[in-house]
Design a protein around this ligand. Structure first.
Ligand code: PLP
Length: 427
């Protein structure tokens, strides 16, 4: 390059195209690189094009490493899916709405639902997009323009502004509150049932909060004696309270979480729950129980608007297969929950990058509040959370006092070597 050309390069701003091309290592597709380049040139700031590209990149959906120790982390996509289930690099159809036996149009509605039914002993089940959709559809299909009896202790907000009274109202049902915040007795339900001709009794598990002390709630078994349909939104989707996949005895941190199987056994007509909390599957909502009621939900026009696509259904089928095949402990959720603290300690020592510390993991996802699982991880002094977020694969850590801690329970062992070099690369 001549001296003259060199000077020119300094004064003349680069073209959008050449600047965009220079950003290839950002990992962004061409159009987004152009956007970063344009922004830089418009601001007469082409030196910072890479920083703009990074900003755009940070805003994309991308994998991160969860070092928080919160197993079902709502901000990080709740239950992680099985990593083996990546999109195969090939055309991929399924018999979503096709009947292989007779070659005619089939129905997507019950195929995966029937697998869930088998595991929890339900007559029937359907799947919708999330837990909120499940309870919304149930109320719209079974209680539109009718009364619904619910305890004042169960008028909860689940998170993200999802409030049970609002859901009831938007589904067209009318709320009949009974009892008090801390105590509701069978008689409260009985008199409401007598006086208001309700369509159903709704019970909602207070997933993300706990009442202690002077409290009383009415179990499903007693509610059933009233003779109305009992619907229980158990929320977290623990399929079986005894969690046989966790071995014996059942871990103490699972105590008090209602299981879908047991809730139906105790007489609930329907249970509703999420697919990506304690079930360990994809984002989904499940409505399971009496065939007559499930069918009423499936027939409602809203069902069509709320039903998931085949990616979700296939991932759910895989997840339920693991349960039916007695290998639910291989699902990422339960695998993480089951790892012995000693194993995590050994990994922390092998990382050899920071102090090895005892930590407490939590289940998260608005389930099992206050329950902790012993864990190990590493501590780095000072606040490194922002530097860790800026890594190529961002690592999400948390602060404990003056230290940044990374809990290894929620980190895949396959990511340990990356973590090691990433930590060593920190400024
Ligand atoms: C989480 C939860 C919901 C909402 O489920 P989403 O899958 O988040 O839509 C509803 N009810 C209860 C009791 C829950 O715990």
């Amino acid at each position: 390059m001549t001296r003259h050309a060199c000077n020119l390069a300094l004064v003349r701003p680069p073209s959008v195209d050449s600047l965009a091309n220079s950003l290839k290592s950002s990992g962004l597709p061409h159009q987004l690189r152009v956007e970063a380049a344009r922004r830089a040139i418009a601001g007469n700031d082409h030196e910072n094009a890479a920083a703009y590209a990074r900003e755009i990149y940070d805003d994309l959906l991308q994998p991160v490493i969860n070092g928080t120790g919160v197993i079902i982390h709502t901000n990080l996509g709740r239950s992680p899916l099985n990593p083996d289930r990546t999109l195969p690099n090939a055309y991929r159809y399924s018999n979503l709405e096709f009947d292989l036996a007779n070659g005619r149009r089939g129905s997507r509605d019950k195929r995966v639902g029937s697998l869930i039914s088998k595991y929890i002993g339900a007559e029937s089940a359907i799947i919708v997009n999330n837990g909120a959709a499940a309870i919304f559809l149930v109320l719209a299909a079974l209680a539109f323009d009718r009364n619904v009896v619910i305890s004042r202790g169960e008028l909860v907000e689940i998170g993200g502004g999802f409030r049970i009274p609002d859901v009831l109202e938007s589904a067209g049902a009318r709320l009949i509150e009974v009892g008090t915040t801390n105590k509701t007795r069978l008689n409260d339900y009985v008199s409401a049932a007598k006086n208001s001709d309700p369509a159903l009794i709704l019970k909602v598990h207070g997933s993300n909060y706990k009442m202690i002390g002077f409290t009383e709630t009415v179990p499903v078994k007693s509610l059933k004696t009233i003779g109305l349909p009992v619907i229980f939104d158990i929320g977290s989707g623990l399929l079986d309270e005894s969690a046989p996949w966790m071995g014996w005895p059942t871990p103490s941190w699972l105590k008090g979480e209602p299981g879908a199987k047991q809730t139906l056994e105790s007489g609930a007509d329907l249970v509703t729950f999420s697919g990506d909390k304690l079930l360990g599957g994809p984002q989904a909502g499940i409505i399971a129980g009496a065939k007559k009621l499930v069918d009423a939900c499936a027939r409602h026009p809203l069902y069509r608007a709320l039903r998931p696509g085949n990616l979700t259904l296939e991932a759910m089928a895989d997840t339920i297969f693991a349960y039916l095949d007695n290998r639910a402990d291989h699902l990422p959720l339960w695998k993480m929950a089951k790892i012995a603290p000693g194993e995590l300690k050994t990994r922390a020592e092998l990382l050899d990058s920071g102090a090895v510390v005892r930590l407490k993991s939590t289940i998260g996802g608005g389930s099992l509040p206050g329950q902790e699982i012993d864990s190990y991880g590493i501590a780095l002094s000072g606040d490194k959370t922002s530097d860790l977020r800026k890594l190529k694969v961002p690592v999400i850590a948390r602060m404990e006092g003056p230290d940044t801690v990374i809990d290894l329970r929620t980190v895949d062992i396959k990511d340990d070597s990356y973590l090691k070099s990433a930590i060593r690369s920190l400024p």
